[in-house]
Design a protein around this ligand. Sequence first.
Ligand SMILES: Cc1cc2nc3c(=O)[nH]c(=O)nc-3n(C[C@H](O)[C@H](O)[C@H](O)COP(=O)(O)OP(=O)(O)OC[C@H]3O[C@@H](n4cnc5c(N)ncnc54)[C@H](O)[C@@H]3O)c2cc1C
Length: 304
Amino acid sequence: MISRTILLYLSRQFWLKDLLSAVPGFNRVPRRFIAGENIHEAIEVIRKLNRLGLMATFDHLGESTTSREEATSDVNEYLRVLEMIEDSGIESNISIKLTQLGLDIDEEFCYENVNLLVEDAARRGNFVRIDMEDSSRNAATLRIFRRVYGRHRNTGIVLQSYLHHTARDVEEVIRLGARIRLCKGAYHEPEEVAFQEKEEVDQSYLVLMRVMLHSGIYHAFATHDERMIDAIQDYAEKTGVSRENFEFQMLYGVRRDLQQRLVRDGYRVRVYVPYGRFWYPYFMRRLAERPANLWFVLKNLWRR
Ligand SMILES: Cc1cc2nc3c(=O)[nH]c(=O)nc-3n(C[C@H](O)[C@H](O)[C@H](O)COP(=O)(O)OP(=O)(O)OC[C@H]3O[C@@H](n4cnc5c(N)ncnc54)[C@H](O)[C@@H]3O)c2cc1C
């Protein structure tokens, strides 16, 4: 069986994207996890999700921008998204990646970009979630988050349960009064910074989840893991945290049955909706999380 490590390695090999794109019918495959190539397609997908009782968050695909022009173009894309969310009346906020907004070029430039988006979202009564990338960007991402949050309250951060120091970060972000999205973490990290065993990552998730639910702040739990979801439901019930005071988050195209079940049971569920032309690394990370999804890819190619 092709392993998670190999798939994560391949997610950084763009020659493979070119090779796969040349296979007839391949471009249809990522559609399971990606809402389309432009904002209009993504809005239509979100309208359908909203009709099913699901909220959404936009993700314009792209990472590791190396030029100021590209970063500015991404800021403009997100400004358009915020405007179109308001105009179309869909229930959605936005998720941003700081390397896409210039983090690797200049931290100050990136901060200005994030601030602009959060300010625009504040004017429109919307919210900006800052995704967390690999551990080498963790400290800078938190620095920018703290500065922006100091000026505008309509932003929140993602923290990853696989990192050793996340317990401290959770406490600090809660002290600020800010919203956290807790996830397990999607990157390949060394043992000096991250737990390597699934059991440890899960255990850490459960400990952090309890601290978050205790805080009285509206947090988000991003996972498709039913063990985590059951534990969150049990703990919230036991400690009297009502279903309106937190939300579950899942990725577009992953465990759609579970998303619907949670909505039917009265939970708030938000779907992370990626769109754009730069879909390859995102798509490969989804395969890495569940290599069995490779069967889904092969089946679809076969079906053509
Ligand atoms: C809304 C959202 C936002 C996220 N934001 C970030 C972020 O900012 N930074 C970051 O590092 N990571 C982020 N992630 C990814 C996250 O860190 C995990 O890599 C991913 O969610 C898989 O972990 P899991 O909790 O679902 O549990 P796992 O233990 O990986 O999986 C548990 C079960 O969930 C199901 N499942 C999980 N993934 C898939 C899949 N791709 N296809 C089909 N079934 C699957 C399977 O049944 C699996 O057995 C985000 C995830 C979500 C849902």
